[in-house]
Design a protein around this ligand. Sequence first.
Ligand SMILES: Nc1ncnc2c1ncn2[C@@H]1O[C@H](COP(=O)(O)OP(=O)(O)OP(=O)(O)O)[C@@H](O)[C@H]1O
Length: 324
Amino acid sequence: MTGIFLQTDALHIGYASRSVSGPLNLSLRKGELVCLLGPNGAGKSTLMRTLSGLQAPLKGSILLEGIPLEALSPLELARKRSLVLTDRTDPGNLTAGEVIALGRTPHTNWLGRLTPVDQQQIQTAIDLTDTGFLLSRRMPELSDGERQKVMLARALAQDTDLILLDEPTAHLDLPNRVAMMQLLHRLARTTGKAILLSTHELDLALQTADRLWLITRDGTLHAGVPEDLVLNGTFETAFARDGLQFDRQTGGFRIRLTEEGPVVSLAGPDSIWLRQALAREGYRIRADGGYLLSVEESGWKTTDGQLFTTIETLLAHLRNQLFQ
Ligand SMILES: Nc1ncnc2c1ncn2[C@@H]1O[C@H](COP(=O)(O)OP(=O)(O)OP(=O)(O)O)[C@@H](O)[C@H]1O
């Protein structure tokens, strides 16, 4: 990894009426994908807007390659950082192709003519985001997910060293969410861009981010490699709530449904799907004691020796046995 592209020094973010977070001493390196996470209202959008120059800091400074953000002209800024704001842009009635080409505006000459280099950049952005089939469609006619991909393509066509994206996966289906995160991760690695995105996709962020910036409800920002933030409990503390339990083994959250139902213990290999079904039905799963269920290769065996091959029939049997 090369040097630091973006740095903040004692940065305080927020509004005249309220401070949201600070002091923040953050750095974003070239070639690095950082995911900004935090519960609703923690300050993710406020931080994204402040780092992108759309909102003034309350205090402190932001440096891009050592230059204070406010010292850069709008054109200089547009050559250094691109911005993808998911729901807050109105691209008018332009076609997707025209919107993507607009990404080159900071680089074109005063006539606004696209050179072969501009054309090549645009084509690369289209190929990377798989938006070729949308080029002639008008923006208002696109689905939310399609529009989101076009806005990413525009940012890629802008070809800046820093890309900031506010919830870029918000409207995408699961395969497209995964594809977008993989693309951004690959881009950071192969082109040396510094990429910061805010997201509510905790599991995807855990798997793809080089580092996390995790804002907790009190405005504290924890930065680190995802696995360190999981292992030291920061991740869990930031998101755990009543009824929600973080599973450090799988990196996922599980809904905690009951503290009162009949106790069931499991013998044999662990089965996450059986646990989930039992928890939903209101059973408490313990290491031993209570009603014993054996997990076999061919199904699930109850204490009375019956074998069930579907969870549905097993649950029906348990209901009769344990909830009478
Ligand atoms: N224009 C504003 N004036 C005053 N306070 C604001 C303004 N916009 C947002 N806030 C407050 O700042 C805090 C941070 O808001 P922000 O939108 O940055 O959170 P977020 O982490 O992006 O939330 P979400 O996940 O819900 O999008 C919230 O308490 C919010 O109510």
